[in-house]
Design a protein around this ligand. Structure first.
Ligand code: PAF
Length: 273
């Protein structure tokens, strides 16, 4: 496995590569969710690049930037064992140059739901993803469906800017009891972890209701909130795949989203209907 921290050196090396390139951007603290993206990229491409960069511009003042888990040695091992060809680990100075061009997320879809709770978060996400896509120039880039709004905004950025990369959405990976994998799960105490399960439980209940023929969003959301009454829910919403709020679930075109705080840990999860 080759390692790069310099974007320019990686760009030069990438130009020498023949065949397809898959790219998996991450902020490290790799878990089975990331590994499933990496494996998919390895299966579908001649070369796979993984980046590890805890991007400061997507964290808001007071969020967990400083304590965000950093596990460089373990991450390097995971990448090596998985068969990653190139590991890109730039520093903040490698990526940002001070007073520079800024990307602003779409006024509406970038500022609802996650964007309303974390204003400018998606500006930072799109800025780093655009830079990383320019540096790695991949054939395909892999993103998890757990960050559904992020995925949607990246797909739209690629469309809006006429970029040729294929964005590949990847399934959410869960623990056997339903908890969606997240680098932030390590913040949870065992009692908090038990409470965090209410999120996936409520999503399971929602999909059960849909299976029984219930379509009314209000009714589904009320039932979910009842299940999550012991945690601090920030939002429960049902949207279509273009992130328009839905009064009625549309089969094969809905996502049910939850954001909640368990203790001081903020978690998101969703289910695609
Ligand atoms: O989903 C993430 O881990 C991050 O938002 C990403 C896409 C790596 C950008 O920093």
């Amino acid at each position: 496995m080759r390692e790069f921290s310099s974007p320019l050196k990686l760009q030069t090396y990438r130009e020498s590569l023949e065949g397809s390139v898959g790219f998996v951007p991450t902020m490290g603290a790799l878990h089975e969710g990331h590994i499933s993206l990496i494996k998919r990229s390895i299966n579908e491409n001649d070369h796979t690049i993984v980046s590890i960069f805890v991007n400061p511009t997507q964290f808001l003042e007071g969020e967990d930037l400083d304590k965000y888990p950093r596990k460089i040695e373990a991450d390097r091992k995971i990448c090596e064992l998985a068969g990653v060809d190139i590991l890109f680990m730039p520093t903040i100075d490698d990526i940002y140059h001070g007073d520079e061009l800024r990307i602003i997320a779409p006024k509406i879809k970038g500022y609802i739901l996650e964007g309303a709770k974390r204003p400018k978060h998606f500006d930072g996400v799109l800025q780093i993803v655009l830079k990383l896509l320019h540096i790695t120039n991949p054939t395909r880039a892999y993103f998890g469906k757990k960050d559904a709004q992020q995925l949607y905004l990246i797909q739209n950025m690629v469309r809006d800017l006429f970029m040729s990369v294929e964005i590949v959405p990847c399934e959410i990976v869960r623990e056997s009891d339903g908890l969606a994998l997240s680098s932030r799960n390590i913040y949870l105490s065992s009692e908090e972890r038990a409470k965090a399960l209410l999120i996936s439980k409520s999503l399971k209940e929602a999909s059960g209701l849909v299976l029984k023929g219930v379509r009314d969003s209000k009714r589904i959301k009320a039932q979910m909130l009842e299940i999550m009454r012991d945690i601090d829910v920030e939002y429960v919403e049902i949207v279509d795949r273009a992130f328009n709020l839905l009064d009625e679930v549309k089969i094969k075109d809905s996502i049910i989203l939850v954001a909640a705080r368990v203790g001081s840990t903020r978690l998101i999860d969703n289910i695609w209907i």
